[in-house]
Write a protein that binds this ligand. Structure first.
Ligand code: MG
Length: 259
């Protein structure tokens, strides 16, 4: 079911978004070579709880941690582990969510650790850009699948693979609500967007093939060809004009020229 939030509910989702934005900002500064992916998860959980929020991923469908920490060829759902050490040259995607005053926010960032291959740095930058291109279409009166079409229009010329097996989603009191938000062009344009709908838009872009597989741990999604993958996600609010990005800090919104 697609839920339309009241103005009061929107202001609570805005608060949840700001908590998550602060968590991500702190994690960005925290990620360093030598840490394990479990160190990152523990830091993430501590940050979330210190802000009076609850980690929404922990226990969700049995997921054992507060953050998905996915390294290099891992696309999403990396399970934090004491054995996985982050090294110079890696890229680390952190996807995490909070519940604050009963409302959800979901966001992901991919970080470059130390000196990273310029080609991979471009992948990260363009994945982020594709999110901002996509959400230009997230306007009341438009259609949800116009978002993915805009992502694909932007990404296509670079020859990257757009992950199709996993998509963005509505969000509110539940982490995953309708509608689905694909990151690619669909035959149908999907549901009509309305003011006060809230969506998690999350392009996952691979340097090589779009195809992915799930590891035997039944969580971690990796690229089929082993090439690196980047992820960028925010929770957004549909308005009559440009969407509001709920899970970015004011200075980040300024940097990316969004509301
Ligand atoms: Mg999500």
């Amino acid at each position: 079911m697609v839920t339309i939030k009241s103005d009061r509910e929107v202001s609570l989702m805005r608060e949840a978004g700001q908590v998550l934005a602060r968590v991500h900002k702190e994690l960005e500064e925290f990620v360093k070579p030598g840490l394990t992916t479990l160190d990152i998860d523990e830091k993430c959980e501590k940050l979330i709880r210190s802000m009076g929020a609850v980690p929404s991923f922990k226990g969700y469908a049995g997921f054992p941690a507060s953050a998905c920490v996915s390294v290099n060829e891992e696309v999403i759902h990396g399970i934090p582990s004491n054995d996985r050490i982050i090294r110079e040259g890696d890229i680390v995607s952190i996807d995490t969510g909070v519940i604050y005053k009963g409302w959800q926010s979901d966001a992901a960032r991919t970080h470059a650790v130390g000196d990273v291959d310029p080609e991979i740095l471009l992948l990260i930058e363009r994945t982020r850009n594709s999110f901002f291109e996509g959400i230009k279409k997230a306007v009341a009166g438009g259609r949800v699948n116009d978002i993915g079409a805009a992502v694909e229009d932007y990404i296509g010329p670079f020859g990257y693979g757009i992950v199709e097996d996993y998509v963005g989603h509505g969000i509110g009191k539940e982490m995953h609500e309708d509608p689905e938000v694909p990151n690619y062009t669909c035959e149908r344009r999907g549901v009509k967007l309305q003011k006060n709908m809230t969506l998690a838009v999350e392009p996952m872009i691979n340097l090589g093939t779009w195809e992915v597989e799930v590891l035997s741990n039944e969580w971690t999604v990796v690229t089929l060809d082993g090439a690196p993958s980047a992820h960028y996600e925010n929770t957004i609010l549909v308005t009559d004009g440009a969407p509001e990005v709920l899970s970015l800090l004011p200075e980040e919104k300024k940097l990316y020229h969004v509301k």
